[in-house]
Design a protein around this ligand. Structure first.
Ligand SMILES: [Zn+2]
Length: 257
């Protein structure tokens, strides 16, 4: 629901502003507000696609169409660096036949915004910046039309025509992160991201734990270390390094007097 209590009706002429307000980079294509195959009815969600190209010119097909299918083919193109191109505010041809709870069967084009994310479609070439922008953009749009992450849907989930896009994206994880953005939280890290972060720290600092133990032993002595009792070093008269330094300092002070 919007602020006046009505579901958004009509074209999303706010697309560029809403994405920019979410901190995303936006390129507004000339004439986007007037581009489309007629006007939207009410807006109910976002349909996620990949372009199955992967290059810097993928947007041209989305804007101008391809033989047998007149453009625009989606309202938004998401580049590999996370930049959104705003192509159209009107209805676009991207959904095809299919269904999703709460969406009109075989008629989603008049009710959902399409995002074509630039990817070869092999499921392996998503960039972290692109995935982050994908989730943040979906969340910003869903917030604006007062919908939850349940209405952020993969084309393959909706389609009855055998679509596979967006390949390589786990939509349950995707929706969880989108909902976190809607709720104003930072998206929790996925298991893969946690592993990646741990690997980075290990590569940078060595195995976590062993070096800390080494430092503690050097300072405090190795004996009884696991009980929290520090035996000190035999060559320091069984003092720890700090106690041995303190002893030296005290002797020096006495010499100065
Ligand atoms: Zn698609």
């Amino acid at each position: 629901m919007t602020e006046d209590g009505m579901t958004w009706t009509g074209d999303p002429i706010w697309l560029a502003d809403v994405l920019r307000d979410a901190g995303l980079r936006v390129i507004e294509h000339e004439g986007w507000r007037d581009r489309g195959h007629g006007d939207f009815e009410d807006l109910r969600g976002v349909l996620c696609h990949h372009t199955a190209g992967g290059g810097p010119d993928d947007w041209r097909t989305v804007q101008y169409g391809r033989p047998g299918l007149e453009g625009p083919l989606a309202q938004l193109v998401l580049e590999r660096d996370g930049t959104y191109r705003v192509i159209a505010a009107g209805v676009c041809w991207h959904a095809g036949s299919g269904s999703w709870p709460g969406w009109p069967t075989n008629n989603a084009n008049y009710h959902v915004i399409g995002i074509e994310a630039v990817s070869s479609g092999d499921g392996t070439d998503w960039t972290p910046a692109q995935l982050d922008a994908y989730k943040r953009g979906c969340a910003a749009i869903l917030c604006r039309i007062d919908r939850a992450a349940d209405d952020c849907v993969a084309h393959r989930e909706y389609s009855t025509e055998g679509k596979i896009d967006p390949a390589g994206i786990d939509m349950d994880e995707f929706r969880r992160d989108v909902q976190a953005f809607i709720d104003g939280e930072d998206a929790p890290m996925s298991a893969a991201e946690v592993t990646e972060l741990k690997d980075f720290i290990t590569a940078f600092c060595g195995p976590i734990g062993s070096d800390v133990k080494d430092i503690r032993e050097q300072l405090c002595g190795g004996g009884q270390r696991d009980t929290g009792q520090y035996a000190g070093w035999p060559q320091l008269n069984n003092r720890t390094v700090v106690d041995a330094l303190a002893d030296i300092y005290a002797r020096l002070e006495r010499l100065e007097r």
